[in-house]
Design a protein around this ligand. Sequence first.
Ligand code: NI
Length: 167
Amino acid sequence: MSILPIVMWPDPRLKRVCDEVGVIDGAVAQLVSDMFETMYAAPGRGLAAPQVGVMQRLFVMDATWKEGVKSPLVCINPEIKRLGDELSTNEEACLSIEGVAADVTRPNQVELTYTDLNGARAAMLLQGFEAICAQHEVDHLSGRVIFDHLDDTARAVLEIEYKAAVV
Ligand code: NI
């Protein structure tokens, strides 16, 4: 296992659409294991492959470990099947945009299909914080980050804050 370097905004890799994962082999399993180690060390609750420079549709998350309960989840080739009608606004942070947080409004329920590490297609329904976290990670696979959910003014303010924080 190894901790991978995290790609930081505004690296162009964070703005690109990722490719589908093909065969789930030992290299994918190793990547997943390294991504978990990187995420827990950061410390974060979610990490998408482009954040470690791998332009493939895959993310790991664990929305509850900081509260003492581990719930690791690997989603390969995830697809959002349905979004709930109810919206909620939460402060979201991102390991690739350190030092700032944005108020992002999203549906607080999501139904996802994905492939697991055994190559089996699975489905799940996530609620609340887990649903928010999963949508944030799926966004990364489409080249979207928290800034892309803001209006022009809020985005400009946050980008200035971020530039000041990283200097
Ligand atoms: Ni992120």
